[in-house]
Design a binder for this molecule. Structure first.
Ligand code: GRF
Length: 203
């Protein structure tokens, strides 16, 4: 599988995917990294790893659909047949989501369907939950919706701040995203009635 990774910032999940894909038996390869933000640190991570990386600045486009069309074209030109959103902070148009239907996944730093959207960790602490975590799911038109491929849970400690909880969840994300991508790339994930069904590993 040839993967395009979409980012907007730091790129630590991108780094975990790059590391996983470097293993000789990993069933996916990252062919391009694209950021909507030209200043994204993640672009440097990609370049250092020798992966073609570029910015497509959403500010250069008057409308969402022209930005999305350019993004789609860039992914196809790079040979990508699958997309991993890794801290990509733009809402995609329905047209883009439909075009890449079941070929685009995202990581979100909560146990979905709890705490969709932004400021996840502050809201989890505020709600008093004892467990939080991360979710990898297929992308659907509604933000942070879509069939769940894999989740990882972490405890919420009594003295957690937004920062300490975010750090604990991020560590889990870095293990979870490569695992979820592997499942998909091995062809072990089917969507049945909008749920992801995972088949057992071959003997
Ligand atoms: C991660 O917490 C991810 O779950 C969320 O945005 C953050 C991106 O971090 N969607 P990074 O850029 O991968 O370091």
């Amino acid at each position: 599988m040839k993967v395009g990774v979409l980012i907007s910032g730091r790129g630590s999940n991108l780094a975990s995917l790059i590391e996983a894909c470097a293993a000789p038996d990993f069933p996916a390869e990252i062919v391009t990294v694209i950021s909507n933000n030209p200043g994204a640190k993640g672009l440097e991570i990609a370049e250092k790893a020798g992966i073609p990386a570029r910015a497509i600045n959403h500010r250069d486009f008057a409308k969402r659909d022209t930005f999305d069309a350019c993004l789609s074209e860039a992914l196809e030109e790079a040979g990508a047949d699958f997309i991993c959103n890794a801290g990509f902070m733009r809402i995609l148009t329905d047209g883009f989501v439909e075009k890449w239907w079941n070929r685009q996944i995202n990581i979100h730093p909560s146990l979905l369907p709890a705490f969709k959207g932004l400021n996840v960790h502050a809201r989890a602490i505020e709600a008093g939950v004892r467990i939080s975590g991360a979710t990898v799911h297929y992308v659907r038109p509604e933000m942070d919706e879509g069939p769940i491929i894999a989740q990882a849970a972490v405890p919420v400690m009594m003295d957690d701040t937004e920062e300490t909880l975010a750090a604990r969840v991020l560590e889990a994300e870095h293990k979870l995203y490569p695992l979820a991508l592997r499942l998909v790339a091995e062809g072990r994930v089917r969507i049945v009635n909008e749920r992801a069904v995972i088949s057992p590993a071959p003997e």
